[in-house]
Ligand binder design. Structure first.
Ligand code: PMP
Length: 368
């Protein structure tokens, strides 16, 4: 008789999450940074990894306070804070996905609820499922703005009484950034209810000048976690380094549930090496922002609805048959993403060549 693995009932029939990984010339589907490491950075990485390799018989530093301090200093510079965020208020894991799952493990669980606003990043329900947390959603505002208002957030909190609220700024897949007032209102309301607010800022470095980070109000709220990643602006998606800033008791709670030595010595060495090259790595951000704005203008010029983006991707529509557009682009070597509300598509901003290939392909498929 065939063996049936005793999979948890709630996981039966679920498929592993993931966007298609297809080998085509223009990969514009998972919001990666299109620029590979430079030869100078690769040499520096090799040296750093080589040094770490000499101690690989030992477990890595479990607390990596040096790395946390450096990331705290980096965030202070990015968000224009008066002082570095102390190491004890920082935490690092294998991508912000792991950060989030650790946060859900610490603060979610059976009998607890997490609230997000749709359209949202597709992994949110999976962190909840994996940690046996109930996942509920409310809708963001209507297209093409997809604005989230204080009223929507407060009504959602009132309706669902969540322990965790996930807000994303800029939001994936819409690109929409949040105001500081909204973050403050949500954090204050949740504090009164004994709940936490997680602001996912995976794409924060791509925001327009003058758009604030939730880090600006980190000191005002005992229940606020801000999550970031090296996968996007730092162009290190392959290294799997995500991190968060939060008041110390929240970081300490997450430390309780992390697996020991979860962040390998190699990942730590790569993160340090990347911080040594911060200026070079972030050098692409200004270019990508400019390309994003040009791409948005191009799409608007063609008569599409375009969600205002503070990120490195653009949600645009609407198409009667978005699947057909997606596939016709793919045939021309351009891989984008079929995600978001019906009729919309999301394109990640690529190199100048990627973006040109996307424009040309779209014009061929769908002449204006
Ligand atoms: N948050 C958002 C909103 C994302 O879009 C992503 C990646 N697509 C992540 C978190 C996870 O990023 P990583 O685990 O690579 O840091």
């Amino acid at each position: 008789m065939a063996f049936h693995p005793p999979l948890r009932d709630d996981l039966r029939g679920d498929a592993p999450y993931g966007a298609p990984q297809i080998d085509v010339p223009h990969l514009m589907n998972v919001n990666e940074n299109p620029f590979p490491p430079s030869p100078e950075f690769i040499a520096h990485l090799q040296e750093a990894v080589g040094r770490a390799a000499t101690g690989l018989n030992r477990y890595p530093d479990r607390e990596f306070l040096d790395l946390r301090a450096r990331l705290g200093a980096y965030l202070a510079a990015d968000a224009d804070l008066p002082a570095p965020i102390p190491a004890e208020q920082m935490w690092v894991a294998n991508g912000s996905n792991e950060i989030m799952q650790q946060v859900f493990t610490a603060f979610g669980g059976p009998g607890r609820r997490a609230l997000a606003f749709a359209p949202h990043y597709s992994m949110y329900p999976e962190y909840a499922r994996n940690t046996l947390t109930e996942f509920v959603t409310e809708e963001r505002g209507s297209a093409p703005g997809f604005e989230l208002t204080d009223q929507m957030v407060l009504a959602g909190i009132e309706r669902h009484d969540p322990t965790i609220v996930l807000l994303t700024s800029p939001n994936n897949p819409t690109g929409t950034a949040l105001s500081l007032d909204l973050v403050r209102t949500a954090a204050r309301t949740l504090e009164e209810r004994g709940a936490i607010l997680v602001v996912d800022e995976a794409y924060a470095e791509f925001r327009h000048a003058g758009v604030p980070s939730a880090l600006s109000v980190l000191d005002e709220h005992p229940n606020l976690i801000v999550s970031r990643t090296m996968a996007k602006a730092f162009a290190l998606a392959g290294a799997r380094v995500g991190y968060m800033a939060a008041p110390r008791p929240l970081v300490d709670a997450v430390r309780v549930v992390r697996l020991p030595y979860h962040l390998s010595a190699i990942a730590q060495a790569v993160a340090h090496a990347a911080l040594d090259f911060t200026d070079e790595l972030l050098g692409s951000v200004a270019f990508l922002r400019q390309q994003r704005d040009e791409l948005a203008a191009f799409l608007t010029g063609r008569g599409h609805d375009v969600a205002q983006s503070d990120s490195n991707f653009i949600l645009f529509g609407t198409f009667a048959d978005r699947r057909a557009v997606f596939e016709a682009l793919l045939q021309r070597g351009v891989l984008i993403r079929e995600v978001g509300p019906d009729g919309w598509l999301r394109v990640s901003v690529g190199s100048a060549e990627d973006n040109q290939a996307f424009r040309t392909a779209l014009e061929e498929i769908d002449p204006a």
